[in-house]
Design a protein around this ligand. Sequence first.
Ligand SMILES: [Zn+2]
Length: 135
Amino acid sequence: MIPEIDVRGCIAKKMSEGSLDFDFEADETLLDIPFVKFAGPVRAALAYTVLDDFSVEVRGEIAFTLLGACSRCLKEAKQEIVCRAEGLFERGEGDGETYGYRNGKVDLNEFLRDSVMFALPPRLLCEACEQWENE
Ligand SMILES: [Zn+2]
């Protein structure tokens, strides 16, 4: 489940910071490496800050594991990916660089989708192939 950030609630409680730790199912269609899938849910550890103009800064880390056939030798391969995730949410519409939010609540779906897409490697390599590439 992807939680929302209740900005209105934070302002009412005079809380300007918070953190969120959760798992969510990644969208398999984001992954276009042949014979590779997500080994489980994506873990997200995020911190957020409500700024004076009510925009919300979100930053943290996402982590997930890819499992499937090595893109080079087709042996079974597994890779753990950890990537920074950062976004700024503005009231109303985002401007392309930022995201927008409405009704006092930040919906993290699009941000998480973009973060996973950004974190995905172009291919998956098994240990032997990775070593071979680095030599
Ligand atoms: Zn390989």
